[in-house]
Design a protein around this ligand. Structure first.
Ligand SMILES: Nc1ncnc2c1ncn2[C@@H]1O[C@H](COP(=O)(O)OP(=O)(O)O)[C@@H](O)[C@H]1O
Ligand SMILES: [Mg+2]
Length: 226
């Protein structure tokens, strides 16, 4: 059973006029197959703007469901609404803009939200918060306010928040796009560390070639396909 598997995946957005009436569709994913094994493999997805990368990423934790073909996450069909919870727990997402995904006022609180929502017992939450922050090199900032942090540090906190939910897989959609070279390096090193230490499958969407040299598989997306 693969970690992430898609077969002939198709996704079409509705095209609407000014009044919001559907006037057609736009095919953003056009027949994608992918098979990412379980364990700490590292898959990179490249492609120019508008090629469908984010649309594909959103299928990997059932934010979007296919309009054609099938997507399985950890063997679960994303079209099955009963599997939503399990899927979201198996595959965590990190987005481009850290400011849109950080809501807590203290770093450690931020990282604890995910496991808290999963119903993890309090003492276990604190253990996970500490381990996750240590894994991304942010433990010493645990009492700080996230808005005092640099972009790279915020992204590492966002990653710690995902890791605290103990997903098998982490999908990062251009996590370094808004960062300076130093921030990019911090984030990539943190991701690399997680993959090696926690055996998490990493799906990294990026524009930066230098971030994909260690990848086990590289896909280049173009107009919804590869
Ligand atoms: N919410 C949306 N509604 C309609 N079209 C969209 C929406 N989001 C993305 N698209 C279109 O789908 C295509 C793929 O977009 P996206 O997946 O964001 O690409 P990428 O992440 O590679 O830049 C683009 O043509 C984009 O304009
Ligand atoms: Mg995108």
């Amino acid at each position: 059973m693969g970690m992430i598997r898609a077969e002939k995946l198709v996704f079409e957005y509705d095209k609407r006029d000014e009044e919001g009436n559907v006037i057609g569709s736009h095919r953003a994913i056009d027949g994608v197959d992918i098979d990412v094994p379980q364990g700490g493999s590292f898959v990179a997805i490249l492609g120019h703007n508008g090629s469908g990368k984010s649309t594909l990423a959103k299928h990997m934790n059932a934010i979007l469901v296919p309009t054609g073909g099938t997507m399985w996450v950890d063997g679960r069909d994303t079209k099955d609404p009963n599997e939503l919870w399990n899927i979201r727990q198996s595959a965590g997402m990190v987005f481009q803009n850290p400011d849109n995904q950080i809501i807590g006022t203290v770093v450690e609180e931020e990282v604890g939200f995910g496991p808290e929502n999963l119903g993890v017992p309090t003492d276990e939450i604190w253990k996970r918060v500490e381990n996750s922050l240590r894994a991304v090199g942010m433990l010493e900032r645990r009492k700080d306010s996230p808005n005092k942090l640099s972009g790279g540090q915020k992204q590492r906190v966002a990653i710690a928040g995902v890791i605290a939910m103990e997903p098998k897989c982490i999908v990062l959609d251009e996590p370094t796009a808004m960062l300076d070279p130093n921030g990019r390096k911090e984030v990539i090193e943190a991701v690399e560390q997680l993959r090696k230490e926690k055996n998490v499958t990493v799906i990294l969407i990026t524009h930066y070639m230098e971030e994909v040299i260690d990848a086990d598989q590289v896909f280049v997306m173009d107009e919804g396909m590869w």
